[in-house]
Design a protein around this ligand. Structure first.
Ligand code: ADP
Length: 464
């Protein structure tokens, strides 16, 4: 199958979030199972271009535009403020993609776009290139990595997309008297995909749908969810050079040295019988800090330690600094981005907390599995699909799950987790089990191939 993979960010060239990780890994996994996949992205100022994705034969094509991309340090904004010409920038990128594919004389079976930045490719294909024989047998897939980002712009910018005013309608790009570029994907793609099955269902509800739940319900038959994989060449405690002590499920006792190091780094008492709860996250509303704040005093009464690594909204920096002052012997607050400390937290914590309000897929819980930290999660999105509540009697489940978005429900899950931590035999079996779970990309890549077949079926192609 020939697959054009379009993304505004791709690891290792440019990254602001999870999309970049997926775009750097999924094409490689597709290539490894025999597909001709090629990646298309803009060349930002900091990008050091290469012909292929590292350690692979996947070609990467960069859109060169000095004014729109080549002269900008960051991808979408400067000092927290969006570039005023983001619509023009990404419309130019999307126009280039289709022209360039034609110039290559390479006819893709699938064009796979991601989030609002590349959504216009799909609208151009279905409107401007509608009668072009070159793309007659090309189907489209639109993946949404976080429904919260719609690509909103004032309506007077619509002509700058190259599309006509006939698109200014609810069943086109219009969104409450503005335009939402993501709608170019939601409306015109052959299939829509998100990064977990539960999130695929959630975005069809008013609570999670960001105003597009009606549209998604109308297209319910075309909406799918595929969980993201994890690159185990990067995330592996047996080979991780950042760890004070490497370990695997077979050498679990060595893990304790990482816990001691983590406690020491955070000036916390270095005691093995005290459970350490780790948390690594953007400090954003999405991640559940309001319910954590409400439960904090009670959580501290369980006697656990809490080590947080994160950066983001100032109100949460404030909250966590104050919590550290109040509980200096129990809380570590590392308010920064630090990839090495992150690995030590995954390897040294007993538990890993993700009380998210919503979570399209979530990577933290998958990493924590591999590093033997048992997750405590809210039952939402990808967390609901990957972590099931642990049953001490049957041994079923992979972590501690709570459903209601409340401090009370969070606290109850933490208490169950701490109680289970003290049952040493059960705990060790649970750690060994989660470390052996397999969320590698090859599994999800095969699911993408069947999704591509569904997209092709929508345009009347049943076999290649
Ligand atoms: P999201 O994509 O919503 O930020 P995920 O759980 O999917 O959440 O992915 C977050 C990733 O970023 C994880 O790999 C996590 O370890 C990493 N991360 C988040 N904050 C930090 C930080 N302050 N320092 C180091 N790594 C971080």
């Amino acid at each position: 199958m020939k697959i054009a993979y379009i993304s505004s960010e791709v690891v290792p060239f440019a990254k602001t979030g999870g999309l970049a990780d997926v775009a750097g890994a999924l094409p490689k996994a597709l290539k490894e199972i025999g597909h001709d996949v090629r990646v298309f992205m803009p060349r930002y100022k900091k990008v050091v271009p290469a012909k292929t994705l590292p350690d692979s034969q996947v070609p990467v094509y960069f859109y060169e535009n000095q004014n729109y991309f080549g002269s900008r340090e960051d991808l979408y904004q400067v000092k927290g403020i969006d570039f005023p010409d983001n619509l023009e920038r990404f419309a130019a990128f999307c126009q280039w993609v289709l022209k360039f594919i034609k110039d290559l004389d390479w006819k893709p079976d699938i064009i796979h776009c991601n989030d609002w930045q590349s959504a216009l490719v799909i609208a151009y294909l279905k409107i401007i290139y509608k009668d072009d024989p070159f793309f007659k047998r090309t189907a489209t897939v639109f993946s949404v990595h976080n429904m919260g980002y719609l690509g909103l712009f004032p309506k007077n910018k619509l002509p700058l997309t190259g599309l006509g005013w006939d698109q200014f309608k609810p069943e086109g790009l219009e969104f409450w008297d503005n335009i939402a570029l993501a709608k170019a994907g939601y409306v015109y793609s052959d299939v829509i995909n998100t990064v977990s099955e539960t999130y695929a269902r959630e975005i069809q509800t008013a609570e999670y749908g960001c105003g597009l739940d009606g549209l998604l319900r109308a297209r319910a038959k075309d909406v799918y969810g595929i969980i993201n994989g994890l690159d185990y060449e990067v995330w592996n405690p047996a080979t991780d050079k950042s760890l004070p002590r490497r370990f695997s499920a077979a050498t679990l006792t060595l893990r304790a040295e990482n816990k001691t190091a983590l406690q020491k780094l955070n000036n916390l008492p270095q005691k093995h019988e005290i459970p350490v709860i780790g948390m690594i996250t953007r400090l954003a509303d999405q991640k559940g800090f309001d319910i954590l704040a409400g439960a904090l005093d009670e959580i501290m009464k369980t006697g656990c330690q809490l080590v947080i690594l994160g950066t983001g909204e100032p109100k949460y920096h404030d909250l966590l600094s104050k919590a550290r002052q109040k509980y200096p012997a129990q809380i570590g607050a590392n308010l920064k981005f630090d990839a090495i400390l992150a690995e030590i937290i995954y390897a040294g914590s007993d538990l890993f907390l993700m009380p998210s309000r919503y979570e399209p897929c979530g990577l933290g819980q998958l990493i924590s599995f591999k590093y033997g930290a048992v997750p405590i999660v809210r039952k939402t999105g990808g967390l609901a699909d990957t972590v099931h509540d642990f049953d001490t009697k049957t041994g079923e489940g992979e972590g501690f799950v709570f459903e209601e978005y409340s401090s009370k429900a969070l606290l109850a899950a933490v208490k169950r987790a701490v109680e289970t931590f003290h049952k040493k035999t059960i705990w060790k079996a649970l750690q060994e089990k989660i470390m052996q779970l397999d969320y590698s990309w090859d599994f999800s890549a095969k699911k993408y191939v069947s999704l591509y077949m569904k997209a092709l079926a929508k345009i009347g192609i049943s076999a290649l």
